[in-house]
Every structure is written in structure tokens, then in C-alpha cells.
Write a protein that binds this ligand. Structure first.
Ligand SMILES: [Zn+2]
Length: 318
């Protein structure tokens, strides 16, 4: 049996787990990191935590083939160097895979968290058995991962897959990235809340009050209200699906994938978003690729980061 370690690095907290060849998580644990320590010390601590999980697993150490790290921010997957780690600037420029590999005696691989999650869905989730898959995460922002011919497509500067910054309206809302009308500005967290507020201020009835999150409107509250039949929430999610669908039409025309896999918190709305997305995509994309592509909900849920990070080992060693 072969086993793979995944490190889901989320800034100050890390989750570490080990999966088997079927993608099943055999053990997982969470740890804190101290962002004020020197970068090398932080990585040393991550290595110690990783060794602890490997020891606790009781698995034969020689069958644990490597370690994968998924991290937010800018990085270089080829050299294993973190470039800009937003919440932990002390890690900027640190060659994390080299340090981990030296301490643990196993190969280590780094990629951004969305690429890692995309690989997880590709190997073990909704994309199992496919060759050409696009994964999208809808959360605070909108991220993406592109897998072509069975391999993650990183592009020439490792920045491929920034699907949230695809413009759907060149005169649209301005985005911190410098573009206008970025998809993320409409179906990212704030975009969804904003569309809800605008509609509510126009006088549409809603019973969202029952679902507020500490008094606030959040996408989660909108999904819960929609599931309970709140018409305004249903309408906002439907519109979210339609906007997503028009972006999917562009992607389907450009890349002709077998599936687009939608993950992240908002994907929990399931068909409330995915059905209008499918319909819009079918209407707008070329018919030959549109009839083939499946728009699927991600399957790995809360474990997507962990399984995805471990999948980096699978992708790099196979
Ligand atoms: Zn943008």
C-alpha cells in the first residue's frame, strides 16, 4: 500500500493528514503555528507536527511516499519557494519543501491551495476517472484549477486558473486586481451579499432574519433561507448561478472539459445554483462542448484541502 501526507496550510493553522491510494483519510490532526517566529522555525515546527502524525498513524514509514503542502498566496511550485504568504509574512521567500524534505527524509511538494483542491477532486472526488476538468471554488473570492490531459495546468508563471478575475463586463465593477467586471466581484462572498441587499432595499420581502449569522447577512444565511423557501434568497442564488453559467460558457468554449466541479461554501446551495448555471451555460456555449460537459458539486467537502494537498504527492510521483 502507498500512503501520502497532506499539509493544508491556512496561515496560522495547519491541518495534517495521511491518505491511502483510494484517497481515504486514515488520520488527521490540527496544529497552530506561531506567525511571529522566524520562517525557518515555523517550517521546522510544521515538520515536527508532520512527523508526529506519521508516528501516530502506526503506518510503515517507508510506505509513506511523500508530503504535499497546499498554501494560499503566491509561490513557486517548481522550486518549492513561498513568495507572498499574506497572513505570515515571515514565511515569504522561504524554500518550504527543501526544509521539510531535509527533516522528514521524504520528497515534499508545494502548490497553491486551490490547485491542490482541484487535484483532490480530480483523483478522488467528483472528477474521478476523467481527463479534462476545471475546478472552481466559490468563497470569499473565486478561485480555479485547470486539469488538462490528466495534468494540472500551471501556465508559464504558475498563475493559471485565476478564474475569479475573468471579466464578464468590461464596464463593470472595479476589482482590486486592476480589471473591471471580474467574476469574483459578482459571485464572491461580497458580491452575493451586495446583490441580496440591493434587492431587499428595493422592497422585496424576505425572512432572512431567522438565518442571520451573528446578526449579519452571509452567503450561508442566504443559502439556509433559500432552502427554507425564502423567495428573495432563491432569486439571488438563481442569479448567482446564471452569472456563474455565463462564465462557464466561456470556459467550456475555451477548454472543452468533461466536467466543471464547483466547490467552496456557496456550492453547498447545490442545485439552487448549479441548475441555473447549467441552463445558462447550455444556452450560451457552443452546443457540442456544452452537451458533453457536466457541472458537478465538489465531493470532498471540509477535507478538500487535506486530500488535495496529499494529491500533490500523487501528481508529482506518478
Ligand atoms: Zn479582478
Amino acid at each position: 500500500m502507498k500512503y501520502y501526507v497532506g499539509i493544508d496550510f491556512g496561515g496560522t493553522g495547519i491541518k495534517i493528514g495521511i491518505i491511502d491510494e483510494s484517497g481515504k483519510i486514515l488520520i488527521k490532526d490540527s496544529f497552530d503555528t506561531d506567525p511571529h517566529k522566524r520562517g525557518e522555525e515555523i517550517v521546522q515546527h510544521i515538520a515536527e507536527c508532520t512527523q508526529k502524525v506519521m508516528d501516530d498513524s502506526g503506518l510503515p514509514q517507508e510506505q509513506i511516499l511523500g508530503v504535499g503542502i497546499g498554501s494560499p498566496g503566491l509561490l513557486n511550485p517548481e522550486t518549492g519557494q513561498l513568495k507572498v504568504v499574506v497572513n505570515v509574512p515571515n514565511l515569504n521567500d522561504v524554500f518550504i519543501t527543501k526544509i521539510l524534505s531535509d527533516i522528514l527524509g521524504k520528497p515534499a511538494f508545494l502548490d497553491n491551495d486551490v490547485n491542490a483542491m482541484s487535484l483532490g477532486e480530480f483523483y478522488y472526488g467528483a472528477g474521478k476517472g476523467m481527463k479534462n476538468v476545471i475546478a472552481m471554488t466559490l468563497g470569499t473570492g473565486v478561485g480555479g484549477g485547470i486539469i488538462l490531459n490528466g495534468e494540472l495546468y500551471r501556465g508559464s508563471t504558475f498563475t493559471a486558473g485565476e478564474l475569479g478575475h475573468m471579466s464578464i463586463d468590461r464596464d463593470g465593477k472595479s476589482c482590486p486586481c486592476g480589471n473591471s467586471g471580474c467574476l469574483e466581484r459578482y459571485i464572491g462572498r461580497d458580491g452575493i451579499i451586495e446583490r441580496f441587499m440591493i434587492a431587499r432595499n428595493k422592497g422585496f420581502d424576505t425572512n432572512i432574519e431567522k438565518y442571520l449569522d451573528k446578526g449579519k447577512i452571509t452567503p450561508k444565511a442566504i443559502v439556509q433561507a433559500a432552502e427554507a423557501g425564502d423567495e428573495l434568497s432563491v432569486k439571488v442564488l438563481e442569479e448567482t448561478g446564471e452569472i456563474l453559467g455565463s462564465a462557464l460558457a466561456t470556459l467550456v468554449n475555451a477548454l472543452n472539459p468533461e466536467a466543471v466541479i464547483i466547490g467552496g461554501g456557496i456550492a453547498n446551495a447545490g442545485d439552487l445554483i448549479l441548475e441555473p448555471a447549467r441552463k445558462t451555460m447550455l444556452r450560451l456555449a457552443y452546443s457540442i462542448p456544452a452537451k458533453v460537459v457536466r457541472v458537478l458539486k465538489a465531493e470532498l467537502g471540509n477535507d478538500a484541502g487535506l486530500v488535495g494537498s496529499a494529491s500533490l504527492v500523487v501528481a508529482n510521483l506518478s
